[in-house]
Design a protein around this ligand. Structure first.
Ligand code: AMP
Ligand code: MN
Ligand code: MN
Ligand code: MN
Length: 287
């Protein structure tokens, strides 16, 4: 048998159920074509696509773990917590996610008002045209509108000039607490994972606090190999995983063939000296 770290697992991506552009079925097909052996769909704050994703994975002969990516507010910043291998019918998890999605429409209207002040009109309606799930209007949908309407050439430019702190279209938002997100996942028999830690603007102390509190609440994993990490960040977070006794996860964070630079199943393998998160989830994998 090949070592557990040499597994083409992709445990982070998005469908039309949140801010991706492909259906769960199209993602499953693309993952399989790219050689993915273990897959999870991790839509933002939403598990409405889980049954479709699991069925599509099965039809492709690909192993599947349930997934989601929960928006959390920690130390004044938005942090994402991935949940894997939970029971998708768990009532408390479903209610927690419903509450987390709750403020998005109001926030979107405020984002639109903020953009109108710099002369960009109709952003709410414009973003809505890209939304697949009415409960999940996100900054990504605004970004697509800003590209479509010619305000920006591409998504990275949108997030440099708009929608982020200090820029037009930015509206601060309070998401779930770290404790709640980890608890919902864990009590639904899943495992909580810190998503793309290299993306947060934390000081070393704040990052240490995030990892420490995450563990105290029952979190067990961290994304080491993700589409948004540099090679140096692979090394840094491999060390952090060992220091904190966390298992390691691997996921592209794929959203769209037109926008994502990392395709499903194309990342480097996990370093061999880490515990792959799928070792802890062996009994939760749907064959
Ligand atoms: P929201 O949950 O509405 O705050 O939207 C967050 C989403 O916006 C993320 O999941 C990404 O898909 C997208 N996003 C945020 N920052 C960037 C960025 N710098 N480049 C591309 N996409 C981004
Ligand atoms: Mn996203
Ligand atoms: Mn994320
Ligand atoms: Mn993501």
């Amino acid at each position: 048998m090949k070592p557990q770290n040499i597994l083409n697992a992709d445990l982070h991506c998005h469908s039309v159920v949140s801010d991706g552009t492909l259906t769960p079925e199209a993602l499953a097909e693309r993952a399989k074509a790219n050689g993915v052996e273990l897959w999870a769909l991790t839509d933002h704050d939403e598990i409405g696509g889980q049954h479709r994703a699991a069925a599509a994975a099965k039809a492709q002969g690909m192993a599947y773990l349930t997934g989601t990516e929960i928006s959390v507010t920690f130390a004044g910043e938005t942090v994402h917590i991935v949940g894997l291998g939970f029971d998708a019918n768990d009532a408390a998890l479903k209610q927690g996610l419903r509450n987390t999605r709750g403020g998005r429409e109001q926030r979107a209207m405020e984002m639109s008002d903020s953009l109108a002040k710099v002369g960009i009109h109709g952003a709410f309606e414009g973003a809505l045209k890209f939304v697949g799930n009415p409960e999940l209007i996100s900054r990504t949908h605004f970004a697509r509108f800003l590209v479509e309407s010619g305000v920006c050439h591409e998504t990275p430019e949108v997030f440099r000039k708009y929608l982020t702190e200090g820029k037009p279209g930015y509206v601060p938002h309070r998401w779930a607490t770290l404790k709640d997100a980890v608890t919902w996942i864990t009590q639904a028999q899943g495992i909580a994972v810190i998503a793309h830690p290299g993306r947060y603007n934390f000081s070393a102390n704040e990052e240490y606090a995030l990892f420490t509190e995450f563990k105290e609440h029952g979190g067990r994993g961290v994304e080491v190999i993700t589409g948004s990490h540099t090679k140096q960040e692979y090394l840094k977070y491999a060390e952090m995983a060992k220091e904190f006794g966390l298992a390691a996860s691997r996921g592209s964070d794929f959203h769209s063939p037109d926008e994502s630079h990392t395709d499903l199943g194309t990342l480097p393998f996990l370093p061999g000296d880490l515990t792959p998160i799928w070792e802890l989830l062996a009994d939760r994998i749907q064959a």
